[in-house]
Design a binder for this molecule. Sequence first.
Ligand SMILES: *[C@@H]1O[C@H](CO)[C@@H](O)[C@H](O)[C@H]1NC(C)=O
Ligand SMILES: *[C@@H]1O[C@H](CO)[C@@H](O)[C@H](O)[C@H]1NC(C)=O
Ligand SMILES: *[C@@H]1O[C@H](CO)[C@@H](O)[C@H](O)[C@H]1NC(C)=O
Ligand SMILES: *[C@@H]1O[C@H](CO)[C@@H](O)[C@H](O)[C@H]1NC(C)=O
Ligand SMILES: *[C@@H]1O[C@H](CO)[C@@H](O)[C@H](O)[C@H]1NC(C)=O
Ligand SMILES: *[C@@H]1O[C@H](CO)[C@@H](O)[C@H](O)[C@H]1NC(C)=O
Ligand SMILES: *[C@@H]1O[C@H](CO)[C@@H](O)[C@H](O)[C@H]1NC(C)=O
Ligand SMILES: *[C@@H]1O[C@H](CO)[C@@H](O)[C@H](O)[C@H]1NC(C)=O
Ligand SMILES: *[C@@H]1O[C@H](CO)[C@@H](O)[C@H](O)[C@H]1NC(C)=O
Ligand SMILES: *[C@@H]1O[C@H](CO)[C@@H](O)[C@H](O)[C@H]1NC(C)=O
Length: 669
Amino acid sequence: MAFISFPFSLFLLIVLSLSSQLANSANNTQNFHYFCDQDNDRGNYTDNSIYHTNLKTLLSTLTSNTQINYGFYNFSNGENTNKVYAIGLCRGDVKNQTECLSCLKGSSNNLTQLCPNRKEAIGWYEDEKCMLRYSNRSIFRLMEIGPAYYASNPNISTDLIVFNETVRNLLDDLTKRASSGDSRLKYAADSARGPNDQTIYGLVQCTPDLSEADCNSCLVQSVERIPIDCCKDKIGGRVVRPSCNMRFETSFRFYDPTATPPPPPSTTNNTSSPPPEPGKSKATTIIAIVISIVAIMVLILICIYLRARKPSKRFTIQEEDEDDEIEISESLQFKLDTIRDATNDFSDDNKLGQGGFGTVYRGTLPNGQEIGVKRLSKDSGQGDLEFKNEVLLVAKLQHRNLVRLLGFCIEGRERLLVYEYVHNKSLDYFIFDETKRVCLNWESRYKIIAGIARGILYLHEDSRLRIIHRDLKASNILLDEEMNPKIADFGMARLFAVDQTQENTNRIVGTYGYMAPEYVMHGQFSVKSDVFSFGVLILEIISGHKNSGIRRGDTNEYLLSFIWRNWRDGSPTNIIDPTIINDSVNEVLRCIHIGLLCVQENAASRPTMASVVLMLNSHSLGLSRPSEPAFYIDSGAVDFQDLMVVQSSEHNSVQVSVNKVSITEPYPR
Ligand SMILES: *[C@@H]1O[C@H](CO)[C@@H](O)[C@H](O)[C@H]1NC(C)=O
Ligand SMILES: *[C@@H]1O[C@H](CO)[C@@H](O)[C@H](O)[C@H]1NC(C)=O
Ligand SMILES: *[C@@H]1O[C@H](CO)[C@@H](O)[C@H](O)[C@H]1NC(C)=O
Ligand SMILES: *[C@@H]1O[C@H](CO)[C@@H](O)[C@H](O)[C@H]1NC(C)=O
Ligand SMILES: *[C@@H]1O[C@H](CO)[C@@H](O)[C@H](O)[C@H]1NC(C)=O
Ligand SMILES: *[C@@H]1O[C@H](CO)[C@@H](O)[C@H](O)[C@H]1NC(C)=O
Ligand SMILES: *[C@@H]1O[C@H](CO)[C@@H](O)[C@H](O)[C@H]1NC(C)=O
Ligand SMILES: *[C@@H]1O[C@H](CO)[C@@H](O)[C@H](O)[C@H]1NC(C)=O
Ligand SMILES: *[C@@H]1O[C@H](CO)[C@@H](O)[C@H](O)[C@H]1NC(C)=O
Ligand SMILES: *[C@@H]1O[C@H](CO)[C@@H](O)[C@H](O)[C@H]1NC(C)=O
């Protein structure tokens, strides 16, 4: 096979790796990338223990299985604490069973040798031709994006704009095709014509046990890394994760195109048929062909039908041309009656809270989908059309760490925003409550910090619009069932006609205590003012104290002062919420350090969100010394009543005109 002899692996650079459960960097030996469970979360087994025997049996069963012919092996072996789970996955184009199994066998030998006695390990062999992982926890149907490794071809592409557009379109398309695959194969590979008549090849694959949504999400998060830390402007790159992998190359076909993946989603819904028995595969092929032909004909008919109708209701979020925008607007627009029914006529029972721009209600649509409805109370200062246009733009922002805007409703004076419903309450409900914050151990707090960072990074850099949130605070971070953070209320500045393009505004949107000094004082905002708010959030999450401060008797020390004082005086452990003090102290201290870098007085010294995400992902990256934060008062304790007066409420954003306020010096210098 061409791709094996090609000395491509020599060019691989391990750029960065994300980590959650396992090690921080993939080791690479003889074209085998692997992560042992370096943090040893899952522990070791002893030689010849039951676990060891179970693992050996499991791996040899897995690598000698001849029943399965679709390249995905999910087996477990043993009971209770000695139960071992393993997943083997061959790349979608490796159709030869012998070849697939020998790759897995090699991985199995290498992995057990390179990660001796580890209960959990993962490895990829020969340019991801196969992946093998095992653990003592159930790893089936679990979407995991870490540990991951990124690699890039060092050569820079020409004609960057056309190039990355082509790559993006190709990979987006492949992501859709692979996600809609069945429970035996979620794989797609194809090529596209790039600049200078070059051919760009792409391949994506998920473990097929994932749901369509999880597969899609894993791949989207991989494609997202391209312009950030994988392979910006490079002619080739890959992002390899436990649950999915993605790769693209220029003028180098690294996969076997004859191994055709299943056709793109057809209109029949019988996609997940049971694995074919060996003798029946001919018949299955014929059936598959017949189904494909029927499916293609149906698709053609649908296309003809849709073309014949002028105002099509179909829409693609990605498309930018005008027709599609109009179509989107039709489908995102809700009827007021629908929302009234869903929220029981905005009943108080359904009231979830009062936000900066209106009241939020919980609702259930007729199809059972739960929604959050924000009933805007303030005049947005925009006409219907402008408002609608802005909603459409904001609805395009989709990221797992952003609360998704599903649509809107404008009828009469009523303006409503419809959001996905996020199950748990907001972050402030947990971290500032003595009893509830025990639910959040360091691991979940770290996950929350990292998630918020990714969400903001997306707003700042990855989305098509450059969005500055301007009102990041604990009550704007919602938590889903798994305590994943989702940022709410982004794009409000757009929806409320606050000029986003000016570096300067006379209308301040934000919450005191989270607002950067240059924003409070001069109305100057930038991505760095969001970074400031994010820094305050990190410090609140770690300390469990509100930014307004720590009250002792009659005095109240502002949080940033308290933290800086303890940090400077070498007693940083005083800062840490006692309920997490026993957890990974070094990681906590590193996060305090990152938080302090974000709240520095001088906006230019604060890191960008891209660097913050890097710092959070890579523990080895050195951090610079933070300078004194804004709002630091050396005397230690100061009454913050003055600031409190303007900080109208924890849950309410303030909107004031700089010209009117005399709060320009409420914080001492
Ligand atoms: C794997 O990498 C770690 C550091 O990333 C290193 O300490 C270890 O020695 C490496 N192991 C092998 C087998 O190369
Ligand atoms: C597990 O084994 C590794 C190497 O075999 C060793 O370095 C490590 O300390 C062990 N961990 C535990 C918790 O026993
Ligand atoms: C699969 O590969 C093996 C060696 O890699 C080869 O001997 C065998 O003929 C191949 N089988 C098929 C069906 O191509
Ligand atoms: C990995 O497996 C290959 C093939 O089985 C073998 O040649 C190589 O020596 C192994 N590497 C290690 C480190 O065990
Ligand atoms: C896996 O093993 C580790 C260490 O022995 C243990 O702490 C953990 O609970 C085990 N996980 C499961 C799911 O049994
Ligand atoms: C990268 O560019 C160099 C110089 O143009 C060329 O020799 C080399 O083959 C290129 N590498 C790849 C992988 O395309
Ligand atoms: C193993 O994978 C197959 C195919 O995706 C699936 O049908 C089966 O339920 C999985 N088994 C387990 C134990 O998850
Ligand atoms: C496309 O290229 C431009 C110019 O280098 C870069 O700014 C942008 O981030 C790239 N986008 C993607 C998706 O790679
Ligand atoms: C789906 O499969 C069932 C039997 O497995 C068959 O009766 C039914 O007609 C199929 N439906 C479609 C839409 O192909
Ligand atoms: C498959 O299609 C039939 C009829 O079109 C529908 O009743 C059934 O719910 C569908 N099943 C699934 C799993 O979507």
